[in-house]
Design a protein around this ligand. Structure first.
Ligand SMILES: Nc1ncnc2c1ncn2[C@@H]1O[C@H](COP(=O)(O)OP(=O)(O)OP(=O)(O)O)[C@@H](O)[C@H]1O
Length: 362
């Protein structure tokens, strides 16, 4: 008994992507169906190479195909194609950066919570999963990306108009710190700073990127606000520390993004727990669970927690982010999981914002 493409599509339309809440056929993820007799080969194209749901999608796909009457064997090929939020070439952000599919803002209600550490490791994590990633450090108060990535050279401008980003750890990197002395940026007035930061967004030759991770200035001041407003971002990641007093800052940051209609992708709790390197005892120095509590309060996803760990600080100071230098460590695994969760949330935004390709059963 031979199997028809219609049977295969009918089976695949019962598999729901748990992140996107839409079936694989409607989401346009089922490709290249090749049937020969009672065997089928097909390709599943995920919406990100960092898909947090791949295991579940694979198990459900296999179960669905096993239930197709007459189908004796199947072979699955996996691919990934990151989609653009808002549709490529639409909206102010995409018009500014036509080759950039998704801009991810990393923000925090206040300084020092590890926003840059999260931005750097998130970017390296997404790249490690196989995505094309850029990292833009717009934190003029303390541009730490040059140090955290170990980049000491300055970017060049071959045509005198655009800047070539630096390349490190599989990322394209640009920082306000490459171009301006921090004490100089600090005395600039808001509009001048905004202009300089927009130049960094616009006049950098980013090329084609799946994700541009943008490390915002801390807090909810004018510059963070106007920058968030000027780029059409897929969403924002909020970084916080776990103690209850940090909650007020999260509330402020959330309302800033609400004001400019940028979806908050979720909350990362940094410096969650300290594990003693000598006796392995866990201490909740800054308490624990504040990030999760805030996520529940706003009904937004909790993206993960990062332990307070000496190696994270040392890696940042040494210019070799933990995800690049010690990818198997507990802290790097935490960042990699956060990267998967962020990628999943961005995919959900992209599916929400563009019409889905519809594959007709023949
Ligand atoms: N999970 C962690 N464990 C240990 N040290 C950490 C952790 N996260 C961040 N740090 C360290 O804390 C310091 C502040 O982190 P970072 O610069 O990322 O914070 P920030 O919120 O971006 O600060 P700023 O507001 O100054 O930009 C850095 O020295 C960094 O290495």
């Amino acid at each position: 008994m031979s199997v028809s493409e219609r049977d295969v599509l009918a089976a695949m339309s019962k598999v729901i992507d748990p992140e996107l809440h839409v079936d694989l056929v409607k989401a346009g993820m089922v490709k290249d169906i090749r049937i020969s007799g009672d065997a089928v080969k097909l390709k599943i194209e995920l919406t990100t190479p960092a898909c947090p749901m791949k295991g579940k999608i694979q198990a459900d796909t296999e179960a669905a195909l096993k239930a197709v009457p007459g189908l004796k064997s199947f072979e699955l090929e996996w691919g990934a194609q990151v989609r653009a939020t808002g549709g490529a070439g639409q909206g102010p952000g995409q018009a500014l950066l036509p080759g950039v599919k998704n801009i991810i803002l990393v923000g925090a209600g206040k300084g020092g919570v590890g926003k840059s550490t999260v931005a750097v490791n998130l970017a390296v994590g997404l790249a490690k999963h196989g995505a094309k990633v850029g990292l833009l450090d717009a934190d003029f108060y303390g541009p730490s990306v040059p140090m955290m990535t170990g980049i000491t050279e300055k970017p060049v401008s071959p045509d005198g108009k655009t800047l070539t980003p630096m390349n490190k750890h599989g990322l394209k990197v640009m920082s306000i710190g490459f171009l301006v002395e921090p004490d100089q940026a600090l005395i600039w007035r808001g509009p001048m700073l905004h202009g300089a930061l927009m130049q960094l967004v616009r006049d950098v030759n980013w090329g084609e990127l799946d994700y541009l991770v943008l490390d915002l200035p801390p807090g909810t001041g004018d510059v963070a606000l106007s920058l968030s407003q000027s780029v059409r971002a897929a969403g924002a990641v909020l970084v916080t520390t776990p103690q209850d007093v940090a909650l007020a800052d999260v509330v402020r940051a959330k309302s800033m993004f609400d004001k400019v209609h940028i979806p908050v992708l979720g909350i990362v709790e940094n410096m969650s727990q300290f594990i003693c390197p000598n006796c392995s005892h866990a201490t909740n120095i800054f308490h624990r669970g504040g990030g999760r509590k805030a996520a529940e309060m706003f009904q937004i996803p909790f993206l993960g927690e990062v332990p307070l760990e000496l190696k994270v600080r040392e890696a940042g100071d040494a210019g070799l982010p933990v995800v690049a230098g010690a990818p198997d460590s507990r802290e790097a695994q935490a960042f990699l999981e956060i990267a998967r969760n962020v990628a999943g949330r961005v995919s959900a935004q992209s599916v929400r914002s563009i019409p889905l390709p519809v594959m007709q059963a023949r």
